[in-house]
Design a protein around this ligand. Structure first.
Ligand code: SAM
Length: 269
């Protein structure tokens, strides 16, 4: 495996000092949610009243590792995002709250409340001068939309040619069992989501850190996009899965987005 990709079989809190202070351009954090998921360990058995303390532990360990213009994305549920965001805001600038609409089909669902079909993703930066490459994540207008904007005020507008910038609602289907991307991990994230974060928020050749690596989605995104990577995972089976997934990834390549632009749906207004 490339020395640019380091997969650590270790508890993040114990292994974090393998990373130099200020070295991380981008942290993508997908922690246990406290929903009792089975990761082959009891790491997701976190009582609601303990979730903030759990989060403070990884946040306090991670913050010194972020570069001065570094960023952090964190996946959370709506149950805990308010208090975790509040804590993060005492240390970092909050740039966005991104809603990941998992495109859950309508099939019954909750009858005493609205069915929850999204994850909340917090996007934070260490300083206001954070790295953000908007051109790498623009979405091309389809011919129909371009035509609809053919009035003279739009003619020659650069953004019509280069595409629009993504909004803060990302509509990407969760990975179904039959999806070719799917491996054996209960909360594997779609590559399309993670690649957008890496393209936007990590310079080419920069270092991406994933403290709760799972099946290695962030590692694969980093390798495909020519970024360095360091990740931690306590379950050795998931580490093996991550290694397997990395085999076909071509370090240094800049591949086509993981899913086509139609899949990463956003309403062009
Ligand atoms: C939400 S999942 C990450 C899923 C991942 N983003 C993917 O796409 O596969 C969280 C993972 O963190 C691991 N984990 C839990 N506590 C950990 C710790 N202290 N250090 C490292 N890994 C941990 C779990 O075993 C689980 O695989």
């Amino acid at each position: 495996m490339s020395s640019r990709i380091a997969l650590h079989h270790a508890d993040f809190l114990e292994g974090v000092d393998r990373i130099a202070d200020g070295a991380v351009d981008l942290a993508i954090v997908d922690p246990p949610y406290g929903l009792g998921k089975d990761y082959g360990n009891d790491s997701d058995c976190i009582a609601a009243h303990e979730y903030l303390d759990f989060s403070k532990r990884w946040i306090d360990a991670l913050l010194p590792k972020l570069a001065a213009d570094g960023s952090l994305y964190v996946f959370l549920t709506w149950q805990h995002s308010p208090e975790v965001f509040s804590y993060l805001k005492t240390h970092l600038h909050m740039i966005n709250e991104i809603i990941w609409d998992r495109r859950v089909p309508s099939m019954g669902g909750s009858t005493r409340k609205f069915s929850s079909v999204h994850d909340t993703i917090g996007f934070f930066a260490r300083s206001r001068r954070y790295h953000f490459d908007i051109d790498s994540i623009r979405i091309a207008y389809d011919p129909e939309t371009k035509k609809a904007r053919s009035r003279s005020i739009f003619v020659g507008k650069k953004w019509l040619e280069i595409g629009y910038n993504p909004k803060d609602v990302w509509s990407v289907a969760r990975l179904h069992r039959q999806d070719p991307e799917r491996v054996d991990h209960p909360t594997q994230k779609p590559l399309a989501l993670i690649e957008r974060m890496v393209r936007a928020s990590c310079p080419s050749g920069g270092l991406v850190l994933d403290p709760f690596m799972g099946s290695g989605t962030t590692a694969v995104a980093a390798a495909r996009l020519g970024r360095r990577f360091a990740g931690f995972e306590i379950n050795p089976d998931y580490l093996a899965t991550a290694r397997q997934r990395l085999e076909p990834a071509v370090p240094g390549a800049d591949p086509a987005p993981a899913q086509d632009a139609q899949e990463l749906k956003e309403a062009a207004i």
